[in-house]
Design a protein around this ligand. Sequence first.
Ligand SMILES: [Zn+2]
Length: 232
Amino acid sequence: MRLPAASASLLLALPLHAATIAVDVGHSLGAPGATSAYGEPEFFYNRALAQEVARRLRGAGHLVLLIGADGEETGLRPRPELAAAARADLFLSIHHDSAQQRFLKPWTVDGVQRWYTDFSGYSLFVSRQNPRFAASAACAQAISRQLQSRGFQRTLHHTAEVAGEGRPLFDRALGVYEADFAVLRHASMPAVLFEAGVILNRDDALRLARPATRTRLAEAVAAAAGDCLAAP
Ligand SMILES: [Zn+2]
């Protein structure tokens, strides 16, 4: 069948490996996660970045299910269940990082005492309890390579031998850790939890709030996501 020129070029514009990707906004308005060194709740960082990631993925021809963007409380088990119902090929949970209390120092911002840490950088988490562990790890590594090629650096502070940390590294160079977080365990598809940076770090918090930073982070995720799923 001969296609009209317009539809032929439309077909050519579609990516070879279009996927359905669930982008999960970590936390909710009612339980917004960490608080930045300047007092900004993590949820707002997560939502802004998740929306940019979704925009980039859609631009690359993928179908995107954005979970939790309305800020309503979505349980940790329903999140990957929504992804499964949409037949998602990948579950990506977007977060911004903190540190254990012993690594925090007090300072004052606008007359209010806040907490900060000197840890800085992104990290990625995958779970061996996820049935698609190998594919999850491959996607986390692909995302990390794209981040590093754009100048982002990973943090190793989750290896600290203290309560709440001591996470085993799957890939030290790429900052990919193993952790059995509920959203990763309950996902039936490959699943990655992305901590985009440490908002308790005074520099990271400012950088991560900039649209230009979000753009670079989202480009990295979008560049990696389609490719890692297409790999055998
Ligand atoms: Zn979080």
